[in-house]
Ligand binder design. Structure first.
Ligand SMILES: [Zn+2]
Length: 163
Protein backbone atom coordinates (compact mmCIF):
# COMPACT_ATOMS: atom_id res chain seq x y z
CA UNK A 1 0.00 0.00 0.00
CA UNK A 2 2.69 2.51 1.00
CA UNK A 3 4.77 1.46 -1.96
CA UNK A 4 1.90 2.18 -4.31
CA UNK A 5 1.00 5.49 -2.73
CA UNK A 6 4.49 6.90 -3.10
CA UNK A 7 5.03 5.78 -6.68
CA UNK A 8 5.40 8.65 -9.12
CA UNK A 9 4.16 8.41 -12.66
CA UNK A 10 6.09 10.11 -15.45
CA UNK A 11 5.32 13.71 -16.17
CA UNK A 12 3.12 14.26 -19.19
CA UNK A 13 3.75 17.15 -21.49
CA UNK A 14 0.48 18.48 -22.75
CA UNK A 15 -0.81 21.37 -24.78
CA UNK A 16 -4.23 22.89 -24.31
CA UNK A 17 -6.58 23.62 -27.19
CA UNK A 18 -5.88 27.35 -26.84
CA UNK A 19 -2.13 26.81 -27.10
CA UNK A 20 -0.92 26.85 -23.51
CA UNK A 21 1.68 24.16 -22.78
CA UNK A 22 1.97 22.48 -19.41
CA UNK A 23 3.35 19.51 -17.57
CA UNK A 24 1.12 17.21 -15.58
CA UNK A 25 2.42 14.92 -12.87
CA UNK A 26 0.00 12.53 -11.26
CA UNK A 27 1.99 11.88 -8.14
CA UNK A 28 1.43 9.40 -5.34
CA UNK A 29 -2.18 8.92 -6.48
CA UNK A 30 -3.28 11.78 -4.30
CA UNK A 31 -1.50 15.01 -5.01
CA UNK A 32 -1.47 16.06 -8.60
CA UNK A 33 0.37 18.85 -10.22
CA UNK A 34 -0.16 21.00 -13.24
CA UNK A 35 2.87 23.08 -14.09
CA UNK A 36 2.51 25.96 -16.51
CA UNK A 37 5.91 27.47 -17.17
CA UNK A 38 7.30 28.32 -13.74
CA UNK A 39 3.92 28.26 -12.07
CA UNK A 40 3.01 25.04 -10.28
CA UNK A 41 -0.61 24.45 -9.42
CA UNK A 42 -0.87 21.62 -6.92
CA UNK A 43 -4.26 19.99 -6.82
CA UNK A 44 -5.85 19.04 -3.52
CA UNK A 45 -6.34 15.29 -3.10
CA UNK A 46 -9.93 15.51 -1.82
CA UNK A 47 -11.52 15.65 -5.24
CA UNK A 48 -9.77 12.66 -6.72
CA UNK A 49 -10.05 10.77 -3.43
CA UNK A 50 -13.82 11.17 -3.45
CA UNK A 51 -14.29 10.49 -7.14
CA UNK A 52 -11.87 7.57 -7.61
CA UNK A 53 -12.55 5.66 -4.42
CA UNK A 54 -12.24 1.92 -4.83
CA UNK A 55 -10.79 2.05 -8.32
CA UNK A 56 -7.64 0.14 -9.27
CA UNK A 57 -4.48 2.22 -9.56
CA UNK A 58 -4.42 2.19 -13.35
CA UNK A 59 -7.96 3.48 -13.73
CA UNK A 60 -7.46 5.99 -10.95
CA UNK A 61 -4.33 7.41 -12.53
CA UNK A 62 -5.92 7.52 -15.98
CA UNK A 63 -8.99 9.43 -14.82
CA UNK A 64 -6.96 11.62 -12.48
CA UNK A 65 -4.63 12.57 -15.32
CA UNK A 66 -7.60 13.49 -17.50
CA UNK A 67 -9.02 15.52 -14.62
CA UNK A 68 -5.80 17.51 -14.27
CA UNK A 69 -5.64 18.04 -18.01
CA UNK A 70 -9.28 19.07 -17.75
CA UNK A 71 -8.28 21.89 -15.42
CA UNK A 72 -5.96 23.20 -18.12
CA UNK A 73 -8.47 22.68 -20.92
CA UNK A 74 -11.32 24.36 -19.06
CA UNK A 75 -9.25 27.21 -17.64
CA UNK A 76 -11.13 29.66 -19.92
CA UNK A 77 -14.42 28.57 -18.31
CA UNK A 78 -13.02 29.27 -14.84
CA UNK A 79 -11.63 32.61 -15.99
CA UNK A 80 -14.96 33.61 -17.52
CA UNK A 81 -16.78 32.77 -14.30
CA UNK A 82 -14.22 34.75 -12.29
CA UNK A 83 -14.54 37.75 -14.63
CA UNK A 84 -18.31 37.56 -14.43
CA UNK A 85 -18.08 37.57 -10.63
CA UNK A 86 -15.73 40.54 -10.73
CA UNK A 87 -18.11 42.44 -12.97
CA UNK A 88 -21.40 41.48 -11.32
CA UNK A 89 -20.59 40.28 -7.85
CA UNK A 90 -21.01 42.29 -4.74
CA UNK A 91 -18.39 40.23 -3.02
CA UNK A 92 -16.16 43.20 -2.31
CA UNK A 93 -18.90 44.74 -0.23
CA UNK A 94 -19.22 41.52 1.70
CA UNK A 95 -15.64 41.74 2.91
CA UNK A 96 -13.74 38.66 3.97
CA UNK A 97 -16.66 36.25 3.52
CA UNK A 98 -17.39 37.66 0.10
CA UNK A 99 -13.83 37.12 -1.03
CA UNK A 100 -13.75 33.61 0.44
CA UNK A 101 -17.08 32.77 -1.20
CA UNK A 102 -15.79 34.04 -4.55
CA UNK A 103 -12.69 31.84 -4.33
CA UNK A 104 -14.70 28.77 -3.31
CA UNK A 105 -17.34 29.32 -6.00
CA UNK A 106 -14.60 29.77 -8.59
CA UNK A 107 -12.91 26.52 -7.50
CA UNK A 108 -16.21 24.61 -7.52
CA UNK A 109 -17.01 25.77 -11.05
CA UNK A 110 -13.55 24.77 -12.20
CA UNK A 111 -13.81 21.32 -10.53
CA UNK A 112 -17.11 20.61 -12.29
CA UNK A 113 -15.70 21.84 -15.61
CA UNK A 114 -12.67 19.55 -15.24
CA UNK A 115 -14.69 16.48 -14.35
CA UNK A 116 -17.10 17.20 -17.21
CA UNK A 117 -14.06 17.21 -19.46
CA UNK A 118 -13.12 13.75 -18.10
CA UNK A 119 -16.65 12.49 -18.78
CA UNK A 120 -16.54 13.73 -22.35
CA UNK A 121 -12.97 12.67 -23.04
CA UNK A 122 -13.08 9.17 -21.49
CA UNK A 123 -16.62 8.61 -22.78
CA UNK A 124 -17.37 4.86 -22.80
CA UNK A 125 -14.33 4.13 -20.68
CA UNK A 126 -15.69 6.37 -17.91
CA UNK A 127 -18.92 4.41 -17.81
CA UNK A 128 -17.09 1.08 -17.91
CA UNK A 129 -14.82 1.99 -15.02
CA UNK A 130 -17.70 3.21 -12.87
CA UNK A 131 -19.85 0.20 -13.70
CA UNK A 132 -17.03 -2.08 -12.56
CA UNK A 133 -16.28 0.04 -9.50
CA UNK A 134 -19.45 1.90 -8.61
CA UNK A 135 -18.76 4.81 -6.35
CA UNK A 136 -22.17 6.35 -6.06
CA UNK A 137 -21.50 8.01 -2.70
CA UNK A 138 -18.27 9.62 -3.87
CA UNK A 139 -19.73 10.84 -7.15
CA UNK A 140 -22.92 12.06 -5.54
CA UNK A 141 -20.88 13.90 -2.89
CA UNK A 142 -18.68 15.53 -5.53
CA UNK A 143 -21.45 16.73 -7.83
CA UNK A 144 -23.88 17.80 -5.13
CA UNK A 145 -21.26 19.63 -3.06
CA UNK A 146 -19.62 21.32 -6.06
CA UNK A 147 -22.91 22.25 -7.66
CA UNK A 148 -24.30 23.65 -4.42
CA UNK A 149 -21.15 25.67 -3.71
CA UNK A 150 -20.98 27.02 -7.24
CA UNK A 151 -24.68 27.76 -7.59
CA UNK A 152 -25.59 29.18 -4.19
CA UNK A 153 -22.38 31.11 -3.62
CA UNK A 154 -22.50 32.60 -7.12
CA UNK A 155 -26.14 33.58 -6.56
CA UNK A 156 -25.34 35.06 -3.17
CA UNK A 157 -22.40 36.98 -4.61
CA UNK A 158 -24.44 38.27 -7.50
CA UNK A 159 -26.74 39.70 -4.87
CA UNK A 160 -29.99 38.73 -6.55
CA UNK A 161 -31.70 37.92 -3.29
CA UNK A 162 -30.51 40.59 -0.96
CA UNK A 163 -28.96 43.98 -1.01
ZN1 LIG B 1 -9.84 19.25 -9.81
Amino acid sequence: MMEKETAVTPTHHVRSWYGLSAEIGVENNLWHLVRVGQVALPHPPAVNLALRRGQPRQERLYLSFLHEFGHLQTLPVAVLHALWLLANGRWRRRGFWGTLAAVVAHEAVWEMASESYVLIKAKGEYGRIYRRHPNLAGRFAFWSVMFSLAFYLTRWLAGKNEG
